[in-house]
Design a protein around this ligand. Structure first.
Ligand code: ZN
Length: 403
């Protein structure tokens, strides 16, 4: 089945980017296929693609949390709205793509028309797939946020996809208190252990519904109050959820963030990239307060150089190593994975590595900044959250009577 699904991803590539797609699109898909073929990731992308299509039909939003939007294959299969490539224009009619690598985020590309006359969509958030691959090789866990109304529909769609699989296991929520996994999970066959966290306890305090497939692929469904609110706004105003091009208007962006939160430089431009960074730095642990904030205030670092998402670290180190003719090293991935879990400071090999990186021209403050970070969000999650937040802002702006 996986082979057929990967073929579908290629079919989607040719359908979206044309019969002769840009080299970097093809290379990215091939690299992802090679890395993800030992896993069932392509099945997860397919299921999420079905969920997204149904959510769109029902005028609701779902958010697939985590790094799933780091995958270009996932985007091609409709599993995520986050296109991870370098920022680019994409023509929905003829498939022409125009890459603009100097822009930080594709959402900030100004509106433009294709030569064929259609309006380009703006795509690309510069997200490497390596973090997703590393997580997928350990077992796929997909957390899906839905509205209350869409929750049972989402569960039904995922169940239907795995209908013929005996080991498929639904587990319903029993209490709002955290409980041990034995209370939740009934192993269908001897020898199949349930997924447990490193503490031996599956953290179930916010678990709504979990589906477990062959002990490797787990779907966790959570109801999101924010998505409930969005759905209610759609019903109250009789206006369907706004399209992305309406959300990315300067008017909506300014309404979303009329003033910057305390501690951020006051002269930051109101762009999508900046707003996503501010949101991420505010929500991350240890990245901004008493870390990046001081570096920017004393002009030691530029605001945009402070890692706000875990992939910023990968991009910074990969750029540095490429300039030194060390591309495709595992260093960016290893550092990113340590930092995002707050485990960089305790890394025994770090000093040896840092000597090399400093030699290559990485500023010392950067490494100091990494040691203070306890948690960083994946950018794919940040982009989806940003769009959901902007949709609420859009209703507030255009339908203030509902607030
Ligand atoms: Zn065109």
């Amino acid at each position: 089945m996986n082979h057929k699904l990967w073929q579908q991803a290629y079919d989607r590539l040719f359908a979206i980017y044309g019969e002769d797609p840009p080299e970097q699109c093809l290379r990215r898909l091939e690299a992802e296929q090679q890395a993800l073929e030992p896993t069932d990731a392509i099945q997860v992308f397919t299921v999420l693609g079905k969920l997204q299509a149904e959510a769109k039909r029902q005028n609701t939003v779902i958010i697939a949390a985590g790094t799933i939007g780091s995958s270009f294959a996932a985007w091609l299969m409709g599993a995520t709205v986050v296109n991870p490539l370098v920022p680019h224009y994409l023509c929905p009619r003829c498939g022409k793509a125009e890459f603009i690598p100097q822009v930080k985020d594709g959402f900030d590309l100004p509106p433009k028309n294709c030569a064929c006359g259609a309006a380009f969509t703006t795509e690309g958030h510069r997200i490497p797939y390596q973090g997703f691959v590393s997580a997928a090789l350990e077992g796929l866990q997909t957390r899906i946020y839905t509205s209350t109304a869409f929750h049972p529909i989402a569960v039904r769609i995922v169940k239907a996809f795995y209908r013929d699989t005996a080991l498929f296991l639904p587990v319903e929520k029993k209490s709002s208190q955290p409980v041990s996994w034995e209370e939740y999970i009934v192993c269908p066959e001897p020898g199949h252990s349930p997924p447990i966290s490193s503490q031996g306890i599956w953290e179930t305090n916010d678990l709504e519904y979990m589906l477990w497939y062959e002990g490797e692929t787990t779907y966790i469904f959570d109801v999101s109050p924010q998505l409930d609110r969005l759905e209610k706004l759609g019903k109250a105003t009789h206006v369907p959820l706004p399209q992305r091009q309406d959300l990315l208007q300067p008017l909506t962006l300014r309404a979303h963030r009329p003033s910057l939160p305390p501690g951020f430089p006051e002269d930051l431009p109101i762009t999508c990239d900046t707003l996503m960074r501010i949101d991420a730095l505010t929500r991350s642990a240890g990245a901004w307060t008493e870390n990046g904030a001081a570096l920017v205030r004393y002009r030691i670092a530029d605001f945009w150089d402070i890692p706000a998402f875990r992939e910023d670290i990968w991009n910074t180190l990969e750029d540095l190593l490429s300039r030194q003719d060390y591309p495709n090293s595992t260093v960016p991935l290893r550092v990113m994975e340590r930092v995002r879990k707050g485990r960089y400071r305790d890394w025994e090999d770090r000093q040896e590595l840092e000597t090399v990186l400093l030699d290559f021209g990485l500023p010392g403050w950067y490494l100091l900044c990494l040691t203070n970070i306890q948690f960083l969000f994946p950018k794919a999650h940040g982009v989806q959250q940003f769009l959901a937040d902007l949709a609420c802002t859009w209703y507030r702006l255009h339908h203030p009577h509902c607030f």
